[in-house]
Design a protein around this ligand. Structure first.
Ligand SMILES: [Zn+2]
Ligand SMILES: [Zn+2]
Length: 333
């Protein structure tokens, strides 16, 4: 069993873990020194079996958009005939945190990947070990490596991993790559991986190809930006985070299930797919609670049919969106 005194003897690692993996902003971390609670999280994370079975990659039917949930905030997106990974994390352990569920796809089974998008530098989103292995697998299987897209001032973390190129993006800036438009979106979060690198960019992405569009928010608290993203980019599918919201102070950097549902309404998207729950123990709510609260909130709001909860390895397909702008919902709350 990992005991607190040993962690106290390792302040460097402890602080890195506490700030970077726990997704606590330095301001909050200074206020929030509940180390005993925190050591409980690590103990719970360290000694449990990892559940779930990886599934097989399923190619999308021609003209359809495919979304495969790998786990946590990791997705394989099939859009415009291309394969895109977002925040791919396949490691069983992030520093001291052990995952609760296996990745839904085996890294060795990945199809040819055109793009790898990274939303920010936190370790549960940018895992250098996974990225290095993905590049090697792609080179071995398909004799090419993907292009990485990262926020500004995050490129130094991936430049040495063998990507074909690394492109950086500013908020609202649109890149065109492999026939896909990639627009970076704002979020309410922060980007430091360690302590002093607070100038790193962070945010989400909207991908568009033909009549398909999809938004991955990265990590974020609820903020007015969702409405603006909806107005500017009207994404059809919204991948939104629902975990790491307890205690309440975490909601300055993370959405609760109810916050995420409100964001979904602000965006005016057709379908919401939840993420950032069930895989890594980053906060103090019970592991099963985010999904349950989301289902309850969606039922209360009459949105249950538009919220699609994917299990790890599950793939869902979407037909192209028809003219949807006319039916944009306006959030009243
Ligand atoms: Zn996160
Ligand atoms: Zn984060």
């Amino acid at each position: 069993m990992i005991r607190l005194p040993r962690l106290r003897n390792s302040p460097g690692l402890f602080r890195i873990y506490y700030l970077a993996v726990m997704n606590l902003s330095p301001r909050n971390a200074a206020k929030f020194h509940k180390l005993r609670q925190f050591s409980r999280l690590i103990r719970e994370s360290a000694f449990h079996s990892i559940t779930g079975e990886p599934q097989h990659y399923v190619p999308a039917p021609s003209g359809e958009l495919g979304v495969t949930f790998i786990g946590h905030s990791s997705f394989l997106i099939q859009i415009g005939g291309r394969n895109v990974l977002i925040d791919p994390v396949f490691s069983n352990r992030l520093v001291l945190l052990r995952r609760f569920r296996h990745p839904g796809l085996r890294l060795a089974d990945l199809p040819p990947i055109d793009l790898v998008l990274l939303t920010h530098a936190h370790m549960d989103h940018l895992d250098r070990t996974s990225l290095r292995k993905i590049v090697r697998q792609q080179q071995r299987m398909y004799q090419r490596s993907p292009v990485a897209v990262v926020p500004v001032r995050v490129d130094d973390l991936v430049n040495d991993l063998g990507f074909r190129s690394v492109e950086t993006t500013e908020i609202w800036h649109t890149l065109r790559h492999s026939g896909i438009e990639i627009t970076r979106t704002p979020s309410r979060h922060w980007g430091a991986r360690m302590f002093n690198d607070t100038d790193r960019g962070f945010g989400g992405y909207v991908l568009r190809a033909g009549a398909h569009s999809l938004y991955h928010s990265g990590d974020t608290a609820y903020f007015s930006g969702f409405r603006e993203i909806g107005l500017r980019l009207s994404p059809d599918i919204a991948l939104l985070p629902i975990g790491a919201y307890h205690p309440d102070s975490f909601r300055t950097v993370h959405t609760s299930p109810e916050d995420a549902l409100r964001a979904f309404q602000d965006l005016g998207s057709r379908t919401m797919i939840p993420m950032h729950f069930g895989t890594f123990r980053l906060s103090y709510e019970p592991m099963h609670e985010p999904e349950q609260r989301l289902r309850e909130a969606a039922a209360r709001a009459g949105l249950a049919a538009r919220v699609r909860v994917l299990s790890e390895g599950e793939t869902t397909f979407f037909q192209p969106a028809v003219k949807r702008r006319a039916s944009l919902q306006v959030h009243a709350g």
